[in-house]
Structures are given as structure tokens and as C-alpha cells.
Design a protein around this ligand. Structure first.
Ligand SMILES: [Zn+2]
Length: 150
């Protein structure tokens, strides 16, 4: 049973949600983790989004990551090129979710899912941007889960 959060994901990690319609006053949000589009000012939407994260925290794989896995699997099975219907953020999600699955396998708590995903997305962003280092804020923020790596 996941712990009850007192704040919604988009409030805790505003950089993990985008604004798909580009209107700064809009409450429309799309989540980098689960890719759900929802209205952050509608409690039922926020609840549905939290329930999706609770399922993903247990090990259900986000649809985009699942589709990437299948695309790679089919390409290897047929000996063909991988169809590139994915964008760089899809790749980042695949990396972060792969780390999450390893962490879960090694004993990380599903209660850590939202924080783990947000902080590791920031780490992957820094790696891709070329700003990663041994003691960056992103590395310090994710250090507590290093025992679940490898
Ligand atoms: Zn989400």
C-alpha cells in the first residue's frame, strides 16, 4: 500500500509536468512519467493520476516504455532496423524506468516511486545535457538509492 501523499505530484515536482497547450494560465498538464494528460485543478483527475502512479510504482511499465521495449524486441527478432517513432524524452523515460525496475527488484519501496522518478529524470536530463558530474545536485539527490543499483 503506497503511502498517502499530502501533495499532488505536479505540486511536488512541477518540472515533471508539461503544459501541452502552451497557455500559462491553463491547468492542463501532461506528465513526463506516465504521459497522462489531466487537469491539475480537478480533484478527480488528480486522484486518477495518483492511482496511475500507484500502479506504475508496483512495476507496471509506462505505455511508452512498453512500446519501446516491444519495438526493440521486434526489430531484433526480425533482424531489422528499430523504427524510430520515439523522441528523446521517451528515451529518458525508458532509462529512468529501467533503473526503477532494477531498484524495485533490489528492494526499493514503491512508496519512493514519485520522488525516485522525478529525481532520476533530473539526473538523466543533466547527463544528456552534459552537466553531470560526481557531486552535482542531481547526483546528491539520487544518492540514497545507489544501494539498489548494480
Ligand atoms: Zn504521471
Amino acid at each position: 500500500m503506497a503511502k498517502k501523499q499530502t501533495q499532488a505530484f505536479h505540486s511536488l515536482y512541477p518540472d515533471m509536468v508539461g503544459n501541452p497547450n502552451g497557455n500559462a494560465d491553463s491547468d492542463l498538464a501532461v506528465c513526463r512519467v506516465c504521459r497522462m494528460t489531466y487537469v491539475s485543478s480537478v480533484p478527480e483527475d488528480v486522484k486518477t493520476h495518483a492511482e496511475e502512479h500507484a500502479r506504475l510504482a508496483q512495476g507496471s511499465i509506462p505505455k511508452v516504455a512498453r512500446e519501446m521495449l516491444k519495438a526493440h524486441g521486434w526489430a531484433l527478432a526480425h533482424g531489422t532496423e528499430i523504427q524510430m517513432n520515439f523522441n528523446p524524452d521517451d528515451g529518458k523515460l525508458g532509462v529512468v524506468y529501467g533503473w526503477w525496475m532494477r531498484a524495485r527488484y533490489q528492494g526499493a519501496s514503491p512508496d519512493d516511486f514519485d520522488e525516485y522518478m522525478a529525481l532520476h529524470f533530473r539526473l538523466v536530463d543533466s547527463i544528456v545535457a552534459g552537466t553531470d558530474g560526481n557531486d552535482t545536485p542531481e547526483r546528491r539527490a539520487t544518492r540514497r538509492w545507489e544501494r539498489f543499483a548494480g
